[in-house]
Design a protein around this ligand. Structure first.
Ligand code: DUC
Ligand code: ZN
Ligand code: ZN
Length: 470
């Protein structure tokens, strides 16, 4: 077994900041040492002047997701490698059960896509697209396999959509098994009426995607999901929360003592409705929920929610589609030229998440350094049953560690990023702070601007139940 020492850095966890060296053996952290020690190791990582933080955990990615007649452009191989470059050492992706399919078969199909291809460790949530008696039984089996959270959609009628009755039944089962319901909370039935009316008026540009998917409809769906969770006793986690109306509902639920949680994503913190303008270029920014109007104050409210722990996690909803039409997976964003409702929904984001949160979050004064670690790694691990194996730097934890240079500056760009997509949503953005070295289970997989891992380094994580409480 190789002993590795990360030497000279400042170790930052969700709680502490300390001048310590980290000793790793057998892929795990075995000691945090004060500077005056005589311990020697086979390999030394010099972290002088740098931060030593737990590897990022992105609990919301969609590698190879079938959507809108195509597939998300990153495979498990390219997407997890890009994640590693950006300092993320664990992802939780979404396996899909389609209508008429068994949930177990869906999960096994996604296990097959990921097996032997991942650069970092991975787990799965299950998208339950067809709630019936068999699915309810399979939810229990899936929990035993480490799939302890189920995503449901109040949006996308005819595709992933579940009605309130299906949601109640799934929530009852989740409550029985201790599982978490992850909810895409947008009122898809109402949205589809606005979509149809906009298209009838000839409003076909990407901008209208942001206009028809009104923030009040995210607030309404969030309210309904919370009430159904309250009635059934299920733990509820609102995914990709973008609107202040939805945040208000989460705050009210938490104030009432309910086990209701929510994540937001960098695109909702840093970008806005204006990005959807500029003709078809706006297709780069089409995702659901949509980017929100800055003047209305959504972004400021999300930052405040992160500071007050009304929002607990920042994930990415990484779901990239190319602007050009030459990708292996075929024509992508171009499918929606002349009809915004046919633009595949999703944006690339798994790679820049940690750097965006450090530069635009910590450096710009929105959140503290400890809070950065908490929302990007520690709480994600606790929320989805991975702690303390993942999410911290402590004796016994997996040595998933990022050496982060807080002083290095660089520019985000499609030139040089590692996601398999032909644009960056943050093209030209100047970042302060850069991922320097990444270790996954003690192995250095990124250093000196090179990737040293291989597909198959990443292992499946059978997750426990949520360990997060109010
Ligand atoms: N939203 C997206 O933007 N893409 C994939 C699915 C989703 O809910
Ligand atoms: Zn969603
Ligand atoms: Zn998603």
């Amino acid at each position: 077994m190789t002993k590795t020492l990360i030497k000279g850095g400042t170790v930052v966890t969700a709680i502490d900041q300390m001048e310590a060296d980290v000793l790793i053996d057998g892929g795990k952290v075995v000691a945090l040492l004060g500077r005056e020690h005589t311990v020697e190791a086979d390999e030394v990582v010099d972290a002088t002047g740098k931060l030593v933080i737990p590897g990022g955990i992105d609990v919301h990615t969609h590698m190879e997701l079938p959507f809108g007649g195509t597939f998300a452009a990153d495979t498990f191989e390219t997407g997890t490698r890009a994640a590693a470059w950006g300092g993320t050492t664990t992802i939780i992706d979404f396996a899909v059960q389609t209508v008429g399919q068994s949930a177990m078969d869906g999960w096994e199909a996604w296990m097959e896509k990921a097996r032997g291809n991942c650069a970092i460790d991975y787990g799965f949530h299950m998208i339950t697209g067809d709630i019936n008696d068999q699915t309810l039984k399979e939810m229990e089996l899936l929990v035993r396999e480490g799939v302890t959270s189920f995503k449901m959609f109040m949006a996308y009628p005819g595709v992933f959509y579940s009605d309130d009755g299906q949601i109640v039944r799934a929530m009852q089962k989740a409550a029985e098994d201790g599982a978490t319901i992850c909810m895409h909370a947008e009122n898809g039935i109402a949205i589809d009426v606005f979509v149809e009316q906009a298209l009838e008026r000839g409003e076909t540009d990407p901008m209208y995607h942001g206009i028809v998917r009104k923030s009040i409809l995210e607030g309404e769906a969030t309210h309904r999901a919370i009430k159904l969770a309250e009635l059934t006793g299920a733990q509820l986690y609102i995914v990709h929360l973008s609107a202040q109306e939805a945040l208000d509902e989460v705050i009210a639920a938490r104030d009432a003592g309910l086990q209701v949680f929510a994540e937001t994503c960098p695109q909702y913190l840093f970008l806005s409705l204006e990005n959807l303008g500029n003709g078809f270029d706006g297709a780069k920014y089409v995702c659901s929920p949509p980017l929100r109007d800055r003047a209305a104050g959504h972004q400021d409210r999300l930052w405040r929610g992160l500071r007050t722990n009304d929002l607990q996690v920042v994930s990415t909803d990484h779901c990239p589609f190319c602007m050009g039409d030459h990708h292996t997976f075929g024509t992508q964003k171009q499918l929606g030229r002349g009809d915004f409702s046919k633009i595949p929904n999703g944006m690339p984001g798994v790679e820049p998440r940690m750097e965006l949160l450090y530069s635009g979050g910590v450096e710009d004064g929105h959140i503290s350094l400890n809070r950065f670690v908490e929302i990007s790694s520690t709480t994600p691990a606790k929320m989805f049953g991975l702690y303390p194996k993942k999410g911290t730097i402590a004796v016994g934890s997996d040595a998933d560690i990022v050496v982060f240079d807080p002083a290095a500056t660089h520019v985000l760009s499609v030139d040089g990023h590692h996601m398999d997509v032909d644009y960056s949503a943050y093209e030209g953005w100047e970042m302060t702070g850069k991922v320097d070295t990444v270790l996954s289970k003690g192995k250095v997989i990124i250093s000196d601007n090179a990737y040293h891992g291989s597909p198959g380094d990443g292992e499946y994580l059978a997750r426990g139940l949520s360990q997060y409480t109010n």
